[in-house]
Design a binder for this molecule. Structure first.
Ligand code: ACO
Length: 336
């Protein structure tokens, strides 16, 4: 059977490191609250004027360097924070990299965006439509958050960053980078909870010209989250989808050497790993350094895990995500 692999993982971060103490000077919060509730110690914010497409381009240049070529047949870009309302960042990444005429897709699946991208790229390559795909997740959250005490429940969680990789058949992929065979993936969504984690404005149901100063002042243009509901669903849904995917592929959780989950909250990941009977040392977290970088968290996790030499040939690697939509999913890989 055709082996399709992800390889040449790379990341880019905002250039300003923001610690919890820095945030305490901007709003009523504390290092103690943020560390205990989320596990986050710092995050990176981009300089003003830098958009998600810029961070995506920085990460991608490094992926191209590792893979030895900048030739790709398609771009899949996952983000909830596009540079502009439209067009998406895929075409901006394309032009900034000087890649002419290839198709560029944007995925709006928030924290699950990279996993949605993996399934899409895997299917497009398996079907023979494209041979080599750039998959990149990128976010600049810092410009869209309410950086004040009113917005502190969300403002402390998010960071800016991008992560990228190349997906293609193993026969054409370079052998000098860590390669992950995509074995299978499973995705879900439930729009009934769309308003539990969302950004209401701007949007096409509302005339942009009719956004009032009052709506600005009351924060309708900033994201809102029912934290408890999201937390409970994240634990339940990530556990369910991992169990379902593992059992479909006859893989037991003790065979999983590395779990690289989305990074929304350390406590969520600890609970999911515990329910899956994956021991803490097999769960790879980066949230302490970068906060939640939404669509970029999974490729940033792979990049850092590769840098710390965690992988051995033939090991199983499991990933899972949950986020706004609600959307969630899981994917299983083998190091080859
Ligand atoms: N600093 C200090 N106090 C705060 C802060 C803050 N940054 N934020 C909230 N508080 C206060 C609240 O006002 C509340 O005060 P009160 O008790 O006087 O009313 C108290 O802390 C407790 O607030 P809770 O919201 O109950 O805190 P909780 O323990 O639920 O933690 C958190 C909040 C961290 C947001 C948690 O609910 C969470 O992680 N939820 C899931 C996040 C997630 O998974 N997001 C999905 C991905 S994001 C995406 O898809 C875009």
């Amino acid at each position: 059977m055709t082996q399709i692999v992800m390889h040449s993982f790379a990341k880019a971060l905002g250039s300003r490191k923001i610690t919890n103490d820095d945030l305490s000077r901007m709003m009523e919060t504390s290092d103690e609250w943020i560390t205990q509730r989320t596990g986050i110690k710092s995050r990176f914010w981009a300089e003003p004027g830098i958009g998600s497409s810029d961070l995506a381009v920085d990460a991608t240049r490094e992926s191209f360097k590792q893979s030895g070529t900048d030739h790709v047949d398609a771009i899949i870009a996952a983000t909830l924070s596009p540079d502009h309302y439209f067009p998406g960042i895929g075409v901006l990444i394309q032009t900034k990299l000087g890649l002419k005429n290839i198709p560029a897709f944007d995925i709006r699946q928030q924290c699950s965006g990279f996993l949605y991208g993996i399934q899409m790229a895997h299917s497009l390559i398996k079907s023979g439509t494209y041979k080599r795909i750039l998959l990149v997740g990128s976010e600049v959250h810092s410009t869209g958050l309410d950086i004040s005490t009113r917005g502190r429940d969300l403002a402390v969680l998010f960071g800016d960053g991008a992560g990228s990789c190349i997906i293609e058949e193993a026969t054409t992929a370079p052998t000098n980078t860590t390669r992950f065979e995509i074995i299978d993936s499973e995705l879900h969504s439930d729009g009934a909870d769309a308003r539990e984690l969302w950004c209401e404005l701007p949007g096409s149901v509302h005339f942009t010209s009719a956004i009032t100063p009052d709506e600005f002042q009351h924060g309708a243009v900033f994201p809102k989250m029912n934290g408890r509901r999201v937390f409970e669903n994240a634990v339940k849904r990530m556990t369910e989808v991992c169990n379902s995917l593992l059992s479909k592929n006859n893989i037991k959780s003790e065979q999983v050497s590395h779990f690289i989950p989305h990074q929304a909250n350390t406590r969520i990941n600890e609970m999911v790993a515990n329910l899956l009977q994956i021991s803490p040392e097999r769960c790879f977290n980066t949230i302490q350094n970068y906060g939640n970088t939404t669509a970029a968290t999974i490729p940033i996790g792979f990049t850092d895990a590769i840098s710390s030499n965690r992988f051995k040939s033939q090991e199983f690697v499991l990933s899972a995500a949950f986020g706004s939509g609600f959307t969630w999913g899981s994917a299983i890989f083998k190091v080859v």
